[in-house]
Design a protein. Structure first.
Length: 521
């Protein structure tokens, strides 16, 4: 079993629960005093065992431990905690062998269907064997020819759709669905089909026919061509009225080097998919994450309107170029928004600081005074530096924040200005020339060890091994600018969300300023 499948429920993990269910009948008194404990106490022991086994990766280690633990004794295997953890995730693949097991084990599947909460649709993969390059190529070709032909035959005859629809109709408690390719790289796994568009069509059609109540939907889709909407009409048939969490990441294979019309068509098609899901779930959606090419079209003057989401609480935009005015106008239609994260985002044609002004105006005037703002690795151009990137966390109103990891004094002043502006603690100002000479540190600003300190604005923060150390921060504050707000406070960052990533490079040159008018979704 691959690592990609280890944290997912695969049908082979439950094979003993099907045909050999009779052997799990427990009679008499066990010779082990541990197994004579009440189920409640035994559940606590198993739960402690699970907690001590998991690592930073979490779920894979837990599932691997449960697979071993359930083989100790039938009494432990029948514990509700073990079954709910082990059978939480179901991975459906158009594998003829899995389809055969599902068809033969319909009765046994009913015994564990109540524990399944999450369904993942995936391709059929086979682990690549360790062979010399010449023999490995022959082996890969042979496996793809044999198994790929079986997969395509099952799809063409409608067997995959029929089995998936029947299985999904027997999972009343499933509300989380994920459509994505394997997390393993292609050189580790051999993809035996079907194609990306075929898998997406089968998954959407089975969800529609089974009338699944979708509450969480995650789509990580690498398209084979630009027509992700025109050729996949099943998007409109999926019921997303109760959808509360949406993660949409649409990409296209080999996008670099393609013509502008090709990329633009893919952006328009992706926007049509996004708008269909957003309009269908606009009354219940609470979490939204958008990534990729869809951002450049969705938040552009060419798009007439973006649906209002009155209950949306968390918005994440990742990797793209947007129009700050369009995004700012849309933020005013999100009254319940409490968390906003922009990661690897550029604005306008040149991503100047003035191009960001409409976005910061929208944050400043937002209806929710408790809005939390994360700007991670945004791209900003200044006169002193061709490109300045930063990562900082800010909470409105102006109180606790994490300082920028960028040590450039020019950008440090820009960062403080932005934080004060969006918090109603200061005004927007830009110098005509951000001359680095004006920010040169004098000899008095360095201590005996040669460490640099800031004279005013932020406190000096000296990093330690276990986090950050905060000075008193009472001197050097401008009371007029802060307008009665709390002094600067440094909080220990969460490594998972406060790490400056400087690997992103914005697209070379300016993107086309205008798209064709009249595009209305």
């Amino acid at each position: 079993m691959t690592d990609a499948e280890d944290d997912e429920f695969d049908l082979s993990d439950a094979e003993n629960y099907f045909d050999e269910a009779a052997q799990y009948a427990f009679h008499g008194v066990s010779s082990s005093p541990l197994l004579q404990l009440p189920p409640e106490l035994l559940t606590l022991i198993v739960e402690h065992f699970i907690d001590t086994c998991h690592t930073s990766s979490g779920q894979p280690t837990i599932v691997r431990s449960l697979k071993v633990l359930r083989a100790v004794h039938p009494y432990i295997a029948r514990l509700r905690l073990v079954q709910s953890k082990l059978f939480h995730n179901l991975r459906l693949k158009p594998d003829p062998d899995q389809l055969r097991d599902l068809e033969r084990s319909a009765k046994g599947f009913d015994n564990i269907s109540s524990f399944v909460r999450r369904v993942v649709f995936d391709h059929v993969h086979v682990r690549r064997c360790a062979l010399p390059p010449e023999r490995a190529r022959d082996s890969v070709q042979a496996i793809q020819n044999v198994l790929g032909r079986r997969v395509n035959t099952a799809v063409e005859k409608g067997r995959v759709l029929a089995v998936w629809t029947r299985i999904l109709s027997k999972l009343p408690k499933v509300c989380i669905f994920r459509l994505s390719e394997s997390r393993k790289t292609t050189w580790e796994l051999i993809n035996c089909g079907p194609g990306a568009q075929t898998l997406l069509t089968l998954a959407l059609e089975s969800l529609s026919q089974a009338k699944c109540h979708i509450r969480e939907l995650s789509v990580h889709y690498r398209a084979e061509d630009e027509f992700v909407w025109t050729k996949v009409h099943q998007w409109e048939n999926v019921d997303v009225e109760k959808l509360q969490k949406l993660n949409l990441d649409l990409e296209i294979r080999h996008l670099h080097g393609r013509k502008w019309d090709y990329r633009r068509t893919f952006g328009l098609e992706s926007t049509a998919v996004a708008n269909t899901l957003l309009y269908g779930s606009m009354n219940e959606l609470r979490y939204l994450m958008l990534s990729g090419q869809v951002l450049s079209i969705l938040f552009s003057p060419a798009t007439k309107s973006v649906p209002s989401l009155p209950k949306l609480q968390t918005l994440i935009l990742d990797t793209g170029r947007i129009d700050a005015s369009c995004l700012g106008a849309w933020l005013s239609e999100l009254p319940s928004l409490t968390r906003l994260l922009l990661d690897s985002i550029a604005v306008g044609n040149e991503s100047n600081l003035t191009d960001w002004r409409p976005f910061f105006d929208a944050i400043r005037e937002h209806a929710n005074d408790g809005l939390q703002l994360w700007l991670c690795h945004i791209s900003v151009l200044t006169a002193a530096s061709p490109e300045t990137q930063t990562s900082f966390r800010h909470i409105v109103p102006y109180k606790d924040f994490e300082k920028s990891l960028h040590t450039d004094p020019i950008w440090r002043e820009i960062t403080v200005m932005i934080k004060r502006y969006v918090s109603h603690a200061g005004d927007w100002f830009l110098r005509e020339h951000w001359d680095p000479a004006n920010y040169a540190l004098s000899d008095e600003d360095e201590d005996d060890d040669g460490e640099e300190h800031e004279e005013d604005g932020d406190e000096y923060v000296e990093p330690e091994e276990d986090g950050f150390n905060l000075s008193d921060g009472e001197e050097g504050e401008d009371e007029d600018d802060i307008a009665g707000s709390r002094p600067f406070q440094q909080i220990a960052p969460d490594p998972a969300e406060f790490i400056a990533r400087f690997a992103y490079v914005p697209p070379a040159g300016a993107m086309r300023a205008q798209l064709e008018d009249g595009m209305d979704f």
